[in-house]
Design a protein around this ligand. Structure first.
Ligand SMILES: Cc1cc2nc3c(=O)[nH]c(=O)nc-3n(C[C@H](O)[C@H](O)[C@H](O)COP(=O)(O)OP(=O)(O)OC[C@H]3O[C@@H](n4cnc5c(N)ncnc54)[C@H](O)[C@@H]3O)c2cc1C
Length: 401
């Protein structure tokens, strides 16, 4: 099959970019495919968010997957009389269920499920005419343009002290996670950010004993990064910064990692004040597996007993994509900064045939690149590049035919 566009990754980014290519750039559905191993598009998003027990998104309603940012608000207007709690203040943050239903509508309206190839890309090669992609099934695909929208959700961050193959020690974001306790247990949750807090509150709600071990005090921030990073306020300076090490430092400093929004902080503080969750601001230095449970030693020399340990320690910071992306870089001499991340142009092109979105676009789109807002920005850049290439007298470099 020879395509115009092949998107690797059917998460938030891959789905939004597919929507933009079809709806805003005039790409014909039969010329586009999305490769993702999930049973359905957005499968990783759904499992990660459902595991946390989050009720609402952290981001506002205009950050959604449809072409028009107001689409989610309009979708909700049709239900308002029936449902309460569709949005949480401030900034109209949509309920997770509403957001997911709206995603379903986007997928259905554009017929994206029909374009989903349920498989994993294992190798890519590029030349000046196009891209070749081999799937784990052995199938080969060819396309004129590739979008790498592979996200970071397949690389949960495991602390060194945590064994990976124990039936009662899990990372809540590990692919195929099935470690949620069924009956009443004592669970130690590790992590200092929004997911650790939400997982602890969900466990408490379900009747478990919860101990939350966090490496730092609660940090409150409404968003993952200041909204100024979505516009000229901070992005002008970011773009002017030519030194990519300094850009990386700006991204790291701007991301409110390990932080919680005010409503989650309130809920957690309430549970701590009532002694319903036990909080340890500490680091784990040792874990011992006993016949009847797990023991954790903290840096303060306190020992904690647990039936189960749930890691909510986020995602590993290294460039996602594993050996597939490593090999692509080597074979096509793709440029990377010292942090390992792609050096791309303003159209998010890493190569005339390869575009990126999500974490891989971070050095161009800044601290919000991984978020839904980042997917929208990536969509804007791609659509703009395609339209420019189609306008009379344009260079033929990205023209999708
Ligand atoms: C619990 C949680 C809550 C969040 N809440 C918000 C929020 O409220 N607002 C916000 O803006 N952001 C939020 N985020 C951040 C961000 O929007 C999400 O992480 C989002 O899922 C990122 O989308 P993505 O498409 O980049 O990555 P992913 O969701 O990781 O999707 C990438 C897909 O690519 C697939 N893939 C990877 N490698 C290959 C391959 N070789 N071949 C084929 N497919 C491949 C993966 O299996 C996956 O399905 C949240 C993140 C989490 C974890």
């Amino acid at each position: 099959m020879s395509l115009d566009w092949l998107i690797i990754g059917g998460g938030i980014h891959g789905v939004h970019i597919a929507a933009r290519l079809l709806g805003d750039a005039g790409v014909a559905p039969e010329r586009l495919r999305i490769v993702d191993p999930g049973k359905r598009l957005l499968a990783r998003w759904r499992t990660c968010t459902e595991t946390t027990g989050m009720s609402h998104l952290r981001s506002p309603s205009v950050h959604n997957l449809d072409l028009n940012p107001m689409s989610l608000k309009r979708f909700a207007d049709k239900r308002k009389k029936r449902d309460r709690g569709l949005f949480a203040p401030p900034y109209d943050r949509p309920a997770l269920a509403l957001f997911n239903d709206h995603c379903d509508q986007v997928v259905e309206t554009l017929g994206l499920s029909d374009l989903h190839i349920r498989d994993r890309a294992v190798a890519c090669s590029v030349d000046c005419d196009g891209v070749g992609v081999r799937l784990s099934s052995g199938r080969e695909l060819a396309a004129r343009h590739l979008v790498l929208a592979i996200g970071a959700s397949e690389q949960p961050l495991w602390p060194d002290w945590a064994p990976r193959d124990h039936a009662r020690i899990h990372h809540v974001f590990e692919p195929g996670f099935d470690g949620w306790p069924a009956s009443r247990e004592t669970v130690v949750v590790i992590g200092g950010g929004i997911s650790a807090s939400q997982v602890s509150l969900r466990l408490l709600d379900e009747g478990h004993q919860v101990r939350l071990v966090s490496p730092h005090a609660l940090r409150e921030h409404q968003f993952d990064s200041d909204p100024g990073w979505l516009g000229p306020k901070y992005m002008d300076g970011f773009r002017r910064e030519g030194d990519l090490d300094r850009r990386r430092a700006l991204i790291t400093a701007a991301r409110n990692q390990g932080s919680v929004p005010p409503d989650v902080r309130r809920a957690l503080r309430g549970a701590l004040a009532r002694g319903r969750i036990h909080w340890h601001e500490d680091d784990v230095v040792e874990l011992a597996v006993q016949r009847d449970g797990i023991e954790l030693r903290l840096a303060s020399d306190v020992w904690l007993d647990a039936d189960r340990v749930l890691l909510a320690t986020g995602f590993a910071p290294q460039r996602p994509g594993g050996s597939m992306v490593d090999d692509l870089i080597a074979s096509a001499s793709l440029p990377c900064a010292r942090c390992g991340y792609p050096i791309v142009d303003s159209a998010l092109r890493w190569h005339p045939r390869v575009h990126v979105s999500g974490p891989l676009a971070e050095l161009e789109l800044g601290p919000a690149a991984r978020n839904i807002a980042g997917a929208r920005r990536a969509g804007d850049r791609l659509v703009k590049a395609i339209r420019e290439a189609q306008s009379p007298g344009a260079s033929r470099q990205v023209a999708p035919r």
